[in-house]
Design a protein around this ligand. Structure first.
Ligand code: AMP
Length: 492
């Protein structure tokens, strides 16, 4: 009913097939309503990354030619900073839980508009390849690039994801008995598309607003949330926050993606009874490509190994690993190269950026920009980003493996490894480490820890870093990923 009313209200404000409706909100039931109402009208929903700098948000709204903007009252100061430079936005709708006065120039407040709208909106029928959503990637270089997805893609992705998650025999399963709460923003790849999966399954959904550890933990307990997903940083933050240290999180299923799941974090989560496992994808891929299949076999160490695997492709995903000439590499679980992919739900290019789109799709496969290996069973392991690969003495070493290893040392909370230029070796790895509270910096102990792994053949002997920096926190991007570009700049 509310989706129909939202569509009627938007139509009354001039939204037509092909219009672009932009949304600036925290995760909310209203966002979910827009996930459906806007595309079902034949219009395009632009999910705005509210964590970008104001000038970048301005760029994305102008570039996408947004017609109408739905904005949470908390972002009004941000909007004020860019409003007079918006080139195409003709109207504004306020989203607020207890709206005071309507700001000048606003067409209305969300709930008031819905209350006044008819509920017999007649959703049109149209081609399944019609564009449904768009949003902008948040790379560390250059201008944000717009990706886009069609109705067909937004139907096939949840069907395949539901098939993959719903058929997991023991751990990592999502079914009709679950309660779902995202902890990956709805503006970022539709919260990994899981709101569409949850709606498809008809399960209870909890949308937490702004991500604050205490709110998230309270909702998990009060609403009996059983399934979530987030980047590693958020899980780390929840487990170490004062309230999180004593919270009962047993049985909570959490997909970790957006960055590799470090073994140290996986072990800490498993100890708390959390059913944690990795998923892999990117903005360009809608996003899910693979999910780790953990099962319940093996001891604690085997469980950690299984859960940090980048995973098995979900149905309809075809993966390749290739060399520089796009020749397939052996599926031996060791040989690493760029990961290429095909699936029915990948962005077909970048909005109004044909050169970048052609590069993304060079050779007829989408280039992920990630380095990884496949094994004979088709399981993928990402070892690095192409941009972050460390080449030392002619050999690639995996920064993700090294980070994962260091994160398992008892004194370490988090670790990042980047390559720094070196006259003799080309590059050498350098580790940045955040210690757990109460631990003193001991670079020799950490070097010995890595050295031991190298002696046992678990990592390359070239991977032992000479230098380890102890830092209070690691630089991160707007979506909470390690900002390695900034780390390299600072170290240079
Ligand atoms: P984004 O487009 O911001 O969602 O970022 C996508 C990128 O995050 C991928 O290209 C990978 O480099 C990284 N990523 C996502 N999931 C994983 C994972 N499970 N393991 C390693 N890297 C990941």
């Amino acid at each position: 009913l509310r989706i129909g009313r939202l569509a009627a209200a938007l139509a009354a404000l001039g939204v037509r097939p092909g219009s672009t409706v932009a949304m600036m909100d925290y995760d909310s039931h209203r966002y979910l309503e827009a996930f459906f109402a806007v595309p079902m009208m034949g219009a395009v929903l632009q999910t705005v990354n509210v964590r970008l700098a104001p000038e970048q948000i301005l760029y994305t709204l102008n570039h996408a030619r947004a017609d109408l903007l739905l904005v949470n009252g908390e972002f009004l100061p941000l909007l004020a900073a860019i409003r007079d430079q918006l080139e195409t936005v003709r109207g504004f709708i306020l989203i607020a839980d207890d709206p005071a006065a309507l700001p000048a120039g606003f067409a209305g407040e969300y709930e008031a508009l819905l209350a006044a709208a008819r509920d017999d909106y007649d959703f049109p029928d149209f081609d399944e390849n019609t564009r449904a959503t768009t949003f902008y990637t948040t790379g560390t270089t250059g201008l944000p690039k717009g990706v886009y997805f069609s109705h067909r893609q937004l139907v096939l992705h949840p069907l395949a994801t539901a098939a993959a998650l719903g058929t997991a025999p023991d751990s990592g399963r999502l079914d009709r008995g679950d309660v779902y709460m995202p902890i990956t923003p709805m503006f970022h790849v539709h919260a990994w598309g899981i709101p569409y999966v949850a709606t498809l399954l008809g399960i209870k959904q909890v949308y937490p607003g702004r991500y604050e550890p205490d709110t998230l933990l309270r909702l998990i307990a009060a609403e009996q949330v059983s399934f979530s997903h987030c980047v590693p940083t958020i899980l780390q933050m929840l487990l170490t926050s004062p309230a999180g240290q004593s919270a009962d999180l047993a049985g909570w299923k959490v997909v970790i993606g957006g960055a590799a799941l470090p073994k140290g974090l996986a072990a800490a989560a498993l100890e708390r009874g959390i059913d944690v496992f990795a998923g892999y994808g990117m903005s360009e891929t809608c996003p899910i490509l693979t999910l780790a299949r953990a099962g319940s076999a093996g001891d604690a160490a085997a469980q950690v190994e299984a859960r940090v695997k980048t995973g098995q492709p979900i149905p309809l995903v075809e993966l390749r690993t290739v060399d520089e000439d796009l020749r397939d590499l052996p599926r031996d679980g060791r040989t690493a190269g760029e990961v290429l992919v095909r699936a029915p739900w990948l962005t077909q290019g970048y909005l109004d950026n044909p050169e970048a789109g052609a590069a993304l799709w060079a050779g007829g496969y989408l280039h992920t920009g990630d380095i990884g290996s496949l094994d004979a069973g088709g399981t993928l392991q990402i070892t690095d980003r192409l941009k972050d690969v460390i080449k030392t003495g002619g050999e690639w070493i995996s920064s993700l493996d090294l980070e994962s290893l260091i994160s398992q040392h008892p004194s370490v909370s988090e670790a990042a490894v980047v390559g720094v230029p070196d006259e003799k070796w080309g590059e050498r790895p350098r580790a940045l480490v955040v210690l757990k509270p109460g631990h003193a910096p001991d670079p020799e102990a950490l070097r010995a820890w890595v050295g031991q792994a190298a002696a046992e053949g678990r990592i390359s002997r070239y991977a032992v870093p000479e230098a380890i920096d102890f830092v209070a926190e690691l630089p991160r991007t707007s979506v909470g990923k390690l900002d390695k570009k900034l780390m390299r700049q600072r170290l240079a």
